[in-house]
Design a protein around this ligand. Structure first.
Ligand code: HEM
Length: 160
């Protein structure tokens, strides 16, 4: 949840108005495209103390969460909407969370990881785009990992 708060894969969600209306004092004409800035909402200090910090514990403790412990990402808590909300919200939310969990656990279990160039911090800076991407892509280099049943033994002449 904390990763999706800080780095939502879909940072801007488009909507089109279907009649003239007023939202929070703003006049919205008919047939206008609006972009919901999911990225900025997830970092709004009004809802998220130390909003730029990666603090997964904020979802567990009232103390660090401004009274928002128990917030979830299913589209009912509008300070955290990485899957959107309402009738056009992501229909694959449940599947996507399972896939993220199983992919993450597999790559942690099956590979040894280290930061390229040394140090202990991965560059989490983002590049602009309709789909969020890393400024510096992760580079995965295959190394031997003894004992893992999923480890792919590349033939010695294969470039991976
Ligand atoms: C972590 C992974 C994912 C995230 C963060 C994500 C996020 C989103 C967001 C923000 C939207 C727009 C919601 C809105 O307009 O309110 C969306 C729509 C959609 N997503 Fe996902 N998604 C993910 C994975 C997936 C996967 C794995 C699938 C398909 C297997 C999928 C299928 C769709 C479809 C079909 C829509 C369009 C729904 C519509 O317009 O009615 N998503 N997703």
């Amino acid at each position: 949840m904390e990763t999706l708060r800080l780095h939502p894969p879909t940072p801007l969600i488009p909507r089109e108005s279907h009649k003239d209306c007023k939202v929070e004092g703003f006049n919205i004409p008919d047939k206008i495209w609006l972009f919901i800035n999911v990225w900025a909402i997830g970092r709004d200090p009004k809802y998220w103390p130390s909003s730029d910090k990666f603090m997964p514990e904020r979802f567990l403790s009232e103390e660090v969460n401004n009274g928002n412990a128990g917030v979830d990402i299913r589209g009912q808590h509008f300070q955290l909407i990485p899957f959107g909300s309402g009738r056009r919200g992501c229909p694959a939310l449940t599947t996507a969370l399972l896939v993220v969990h199983s992919a993450l656990t597999a790559i942690i279990q099956c590979f040894e990881w280290k930061v390229a160039g040394g140090g202990d911090k991965v560059d989490m800076n983002e590049a602009p785009g309709l789909a969020l991407q890393r400024a510096t892509p992760l580079l995965c280099v295959l190394v031997a990992c003894s004992g893992c049943p999923l480890y792919y033994q590349a033939p010695s002449n294969e470039v991976v």
